[in-house]
Design a protein. Sequence first.
Length: 434
Amino acid sequence: MKRLHVGVSVLGASALLAAGFLLLRDGDEGVPPRERLAVAATATRPNVLTDAQGAVMEELTGDCGASRYPYLCMRVKSELGEQLLARGGLTIKTAVDPRMQQAAQQAIDQLVSRDDQPIAAQVMIVPGTGEIRAMATSKAPDDVLAFQQGSTAMTYTLTAALEGGMRYDDGFPYAGGYRAPNYAAFKNCKGEAVGDPAFTITNARQRHSEFTTLRSGTRAVENTFFMKLTEKVGLCESVQAAQRLGLKRGDGMPLQEYETFSMGVNEVDPVSVTDTYATLAARGRHCEPRAVTEVRDGAFVRSFPAQCQDVLEAPVADAVNGVLRETLGGTPLGPNVAAIEGNADSFTTAWYAGYTPDLASAVAVGDPRRPQHQHRLTDVTIGGLHYDQVYGLSLPGPIWKSSMSTVLPGLPGTAFVKPDADRFGGCRDHCAPS
């Protein structure tokens, strides 16, 4: 079998075109892999989708709504592009692990019906490679899956705080409500004042102590604490931390930089959210998420290797992981699991994101209809059960725990690196009053 590499010119252009591939000239290594494939005449042969072991999953048609794996189908089309797929005759190897895919699908199907208006989706990604092992949904989405992220976005402000020198026990006196002191209290990355002194943020739950720390505020997903924390460490710093970890909006637009950024106001895809937690699991090494690992047309093969870079200092990632290991709600799956629930404003979406050093995963439940605030997860029946309000722990959490309890025993069980207590332990200059 002959493998093609960028810049190799042994084969003539005519031979490459016959195979359906055309290599770019030397110097084009920075071009995304899918842009390096030129398309020959359209063929009628079907494209075939395989899992990571090469077993055929299904023929990949242009209609993802009819696919057995609609979410994965949409991702593959996004990664490869319509033009390449239109020529047909391709064998597309994915990173999907059939055991993980089945576990995710079964966990969703047990709690969410295809007839329900809300959609549940789960993604699993390998830290350090970006390989997408599973993409499951309760039904085929009509468009890109993107929901308000909710409190799983608090992790990015936590990251910025620890990166900026704060310690675990630094914090602020508890407050049941928060209002920006002035417009300039929050500035976006353009330096524009975006604070809103007319708007008050409150907590969905009761206070838990007189003083809230980085650890206790994250564990309680406390809105008012994270508003104060964002004001202190900087809105732009929080946004930039999220971007470095891999967060992107589902519509392809730049992240919205509002004072409520840590409340998860951006509509994001579960792949992107899982990606950010995979970066933390990999100790600050970010790898672009990828479903496709190889495309083959006859004897010619194009591989899609991992694209990774270090985006966060490893000890900072270890410190964030240390906090999130304390936030796991319900029954822990073991000592090497970190997690956080996600609740969006007015119950528009519910999330659960959790990970180990071996696997990261996020589950989202939301109504795909727009605008989201008109289709809240309140007084709703899902999977035959009635919910007054859907929280991260009430539905996404059980889906996550069901699927991960199935797949984690088959993984190496790598342990998290212990946080540096000398650097991050105790408090520095925002301590509880003695």
